[in-house]
Design a protein around this ligand. Structure first.
Ligand code: TRP
Length: 337
């Protein structure tokens, strides 16, 4: 293991908006955990981003705690090379956010997907453009830029849906650097090509808003039930099947070994295997994969104090990195003494 100063920094955040599902795990958490071998990682809970939509205090608090427990249960080991913290515990972020907002072209934010989607939906509904749009939602990408630029992050592992936010981050940093010189480090997005889109039960992207998710910490019986709801065509067992474009096969291939996947592809093409049997096999694998993490998750959600202690330590470390970056920015813009 090389000493931390030689390792590049990988940083990412997840919003605490619901219990983690297989799409979160495969698209984001698993690839991010794999980077702990090579990178110094900073993984955080974007609770102030969630505040754009979660407006119930106790709920946000619980979701935040559960998300921290999720990362820990799935194998993030906090230490000098791996930091987990809450965004809201790092006040430097919000000062950096203001500074960056003065360099964020409004036109750029007008084009951000989440904001545009709201405006478009309003147009469709015949209401005013900005109905239900808070300033927080509009400036969401600026806060995200602050999250990233505050730590001189080298790479940011995200799902494909966050690609535009990374581009906006780079654009804002670029505008800033054009004015003051190379103060900010431009991060690279790290989008896992194998897992661009994780299909949900109905074949569309797995997403809470489509109600087609498989939550990973379901108890075994319910997990199996969820897997049984994966939509397939109606070919009977004996008939040959096409692995291409089959949701069940796609999910299987993301969980099973390459060998098992090749075997299943052959069985599909030859016929003789039923979807029900494949679902049971997939359910067995998921129950096995998430059995131990689920036990740890339950332990950790029952022990808020233990999780808070880890988050406090993480925040202290995060602040020790963000502080000097903020000083650099204040120096550049002329607010340092
Ligand atoms: N916007 C991200 C999402 O919706 C969460 C996020 C907030 C994030 N800040 C970040 C991701 C910084 C990567 C880096 O999932």
């Amino acid at each position: 293991m090389s000493p931390s100063t030689h390792r590049p920094v990988s940083l990412t955040g997840i919003k605490p908006t619901g219990l983690p599902h297989l799409g979160n795990y495969l698209g984001m958490i698993r690839p991010a955990l794999a980077l702990t071998e090579e990178y110094r990682v900073l993984y955080f809970i974007a609770d102030y981003h969630a505040l754009t939509t979660v407006h119930d205090g106790p709920e946000l608090s619980t979701l935040t705690h559960e998300l921290a427990a999720t990362w820990l249960a799935l194998g993030l080991e906090p230490g000098p090379e791996a930091t987990i913290y809450r965004q809201s515990d790092v006040p430097e972020i919000f000062e950096i956010c203001w500074i960056l907002s003065c360099f964020a072209p409004k036109g750029l934010l007008n084009r951000a997907h989440a904001y545009k989607a709201m405006v478009d939906a309003n147009a469709e509904a015949g209401t005013t453009d900005d109905d239900g749009v808070s300033a927080g939602l509009f400036s969401y990408p600026v806060l995200m830029a602050a999250d990233i630029l505050a730590y001189d992050a080298d790479v940011v592992p995200v799902g494909l849906d966050q690609k535009q936010h990374l581009e906006i981050t780079r654009d804002i940093a670029d505008v800033f650097n054009q004015n003051y010189g190379e103060v900010l480090r431009l991060p690279e997005p790290r989008i896992d090509e194998n897992v661009e889109t994780i299909p949900g039960l109905d074949g569309r992207k797995m997403s809470k808003s489509y109600g087609n998710t498989i939550p990973i910490f379901l108890e075994p019986k319910k997990l199996r039930k969820a897997v049984r709801r994966i939509v397939t065509d109606s070919r009977p067992p004996e008939e040959p099947k096409d692995p291409e474009g089959d949701t069940l096969f796609a999910l299987y291939s993301l969980i099973a070994s390459p060998d098992a996947t090749t075997e299943l592809a052959t069985a599909y093409r030859e016929g003789g295997i039923g979807y029900g049997q494949v679902k049971d096999d997939l359910a067995d694998r998921l129950i096995d994969l998430f059995g131990e993490p689920r036990r740890r998750f339950e332990e950790l959600t029952a022990d808020r104090a233990a999780v808070n202690a880890i988050l406090d330590e993480g925040a202290a470390h995060a602040r020790s990195i963000a502080g000097p970056v903020l000083s650099r920015l204040r120096e550049a813009v002329g607010t340092a003494r």
